[in-house]
Design a binder for this molecule. Sequence first.
Ligand code: PSU
Ligand code: MN
Length: 303
Amino acid sequence: MNLKLSAAVRDALDAHHPVVALESTLITHGLPYPVNVETALGMEAAIREVGAIPATIAVMQGEITVGLSVDQIEHLAQRPAGTVRKCSRRDLGIAVAMQEYGATTVAGTMIVAHMAGIAVFATGGIGGVHRGHPFDVSADLIELGRTPVAVVCGGAKSILDLPLTLEVLETQGVPVIGLGTNTLPAFYTRSSGLPLDACVDTPQQAARIIAAARGLGLTHGILIAVPVPAGEEMPDELAEAAIQQATAEAEAQGIHGKAVTPFVLDRVATITEGVSRRANTALLVNNARVGGQIAAAYSQLNP
Ligand code: PSU
Ligand code: MN
């Protein structure tokens, strides 16, 4: 397969140093310029600070690239809307064959990370089951069921139906582990109140669960949910009101399919006048750091 690994990522993988995969849809479809570049680079820096190597993944003119350079991140972040394909499982072959730019979602990033031999991936919110549309199930959940990568996330935005999202994860055989929490975080807020499969207190304990599942030869993903740092979360009512308004607008305007998530994210940020964006970036950088710690602990267990 034509994966293009950066020298830093290739060296780290060869030497069994910890590597953390990062997605690119949050750069192109999740955050506006220049917050997207600042956040992407902030995540990479947080991973390096704890002794791991970041590998931001995207399709660059048909080339699946693992470990984007700063220039490549900057370029992707500034491309005009509509010129970067949002790449989930079904889209990767299209973007490669048509030599397009493609931003990988959680599903797309998991696939490429696994091909490259990267076990840990850090992001913000995963896709899920959409509120009021129980048949609009993100391919992220199906990918988590079939691809052995651990995904560190802030739970899922409550633009989604969180109880149904957990049901689908259960059906797909995906354990959801809280790190420092026993309930599913709701992205902008620290808790949805929904119980999880296990709760751990340290990255080392999380790494042990990943290693045990891998030792058993199980090929499913593992979700590690980390709440937004205390003090950076949004008030519950504010988050909920903005989400209700944004989802109603999506409904009224007939937005559907892969356009729903980016539309709602953008509207929530506008409605909350950027308050949501602060929680968003704080959580992304924190998850990257935790991902680095888990990858480091995992590489100790799995030399
Ligand atoms: N949730 C966020 N920010 C994001 C996404 C989700 O809070 O940027 C992106 C991720 O890349 C995720 C994708 O994998 O949206 C899910 O899209 P869909 O619902 O079309 O599967
Ligand atoms: Mn969706």
